[in-house]
Design a protein around this ligand. Structure first.
Ligand code: CP
Ligand code: NVA
Length: 347
């Protein structure tokens, strides 16, 4: 079964095919590759963009969405299994049974979860595609929309310098992965307590070596900002980390993307943020509202690239060799992106 849990499990050709198909479908509101399909949405954390953009995308492709609560879908506790009934299993039913049932009625699962392991368990049992709508380690749907936005904005196939300033977390991880797979020069600046571990750094170095880009990192954002085509940041305190608020704010002193810092970037540099932004914390109004800010274009493209992902994963027609015509491809595309997604297995 083809799932989308992380970016780097996929080769460049597949990711390029997602972008090309997204561009194709963006212009073709009459094409309905999800006609008659139903996607189950389950969110353990709040969401605006991921939930709405993807639901609108599924609807526009002819499919429909059903929302289920994490309590019902991810092994909710039986409310009465306490003192009155000792010995009753705590879980309502095994996750395997839930997921196998869902596959009798639905064509895909879209889930936002606290732990990546939850997605891996879903994928292991699932007979239908599982798509990651953000977890503690990855945000692949955001990364696809961000790369689409970057290529749409620069319309060049030259490698770009893309700087992420802030927390070594889910959004940064997937962005660095996709940037490196497309051969860009990825730069990261963040404070040591919120930094990548050795394994993650080795993974980025390996991707850079394999795809011809570079990965540079350090604690001082300034040298990176000075040579940036894109400056990107995310919340300093992510969902679920609220208890670390005071400590993290101390760590991130000096990492705010404000006029003084963004002013050191070349004039053409764009600002990006996945949103939600905490105006006045990781970014100031002057930067997020700057004419070079792409934040709302990124949000628009969450819907565009969600179409490419769900069309490919849920419609067999797009899983077979089915190149998007060259004239219809995304501006960044350098070659025909015909690719068999049936070859992909991710657990
Ligand atoms: N960028 C993003 O995933 O936003 P939401 O948390 O609103 O979905
Ligand atoms: N890093 C943020 C991203 C939100 C889209 C979080 O995990 O809350």
């Amino acid at each position: 079964m083809s799932n989308l849990l992380t970016i780097s499990k996929y080769p460049l050709e597949f990711l390029q095919h997602v972008l090309d198909l997204s561009a194709y479908l963006e212009k073709r509101r009459n094409v309905k590759p999800l006609d008659g399909s139903t996607i189950l949405f389950c969110f353990e954390k709040p969401s605006l963009r991921t939930k709405l953009a993807t639901e609108v995308a599924v609807n526009q492709l002819g499919g429909s969405v059903i929302h289920i609560s994490p309590e019902e879908f991810l092994g909710g506790k039986i409310l009465h299994a306490t003192e009155d009934a000792p010995g009753i299993p705590e879980e309502r039913e095994a996750l395997k049974d839930t997921v196998k049932n869902v596959a009798q009625w639905c064509d895909g699962i879209f889930a936002r979860v606290f732990k990546h392991e939850t997605l891996q368990k879903l994928a292991a049992f699932s007979d239908i595609p599982v798509v990651n709508g953000l977890c503690d380690r990855h945000h692949p749907m955001q990364a696809l929309a961000d790369l689409y936005t970057i290529h749409e904005s620069f319309r060049s196939d030259k490698p770009l310098h893309i700087t992420f300033i802030g927390d070594a977390n889910n959004v940064a991880f997937s962005l660095i992965e996709i940037g490196l797979i497309f051969g860009h020069h990825m730069q990261f600046a963040g404070p040591m307590p919120c930094y990548w571990n050795r394994e993650q750094l080795a993974h980025f170095a390996q991707l850079a070596a394999r795809h011809g880009g570079t990965f540079s990192h350090g604690t001082d954002p300034l040298p990176f900002v000075k040579q940036s085509d894109v400056v990107y940041t995310d919340a300093f305190i992510s969902m679920g980390q609220e208890h670390e608020y005071a400590q993290k704010l101390r760590h991130f002193e000096g990492y705010q993307v404000n006029e003084a810092l963004f002013g050191k970037a070349p004039d053409h540099a764009r600002f990006m943020h996945c949103l939600p932004a905490h105006r006045g914390l990781e970014v100031t109004d002057a930067v997020i509202d700057h004419p070079n800010s792409l934040v709302y274009q990124q949000a628009k493209n969450r819907m565009v690239t969600a179409k490419g992902v769900f069309a490919i994963l849920c419609n067999p027609e797009y899983r077979l060799e089915n190149p998007v015509p060259a004239t219809e491809q995304h501006p960044s595309s350098s070659s025909s992106s015909s690719f068999k997604t049936t070859q992909l297995i991710e657990s």
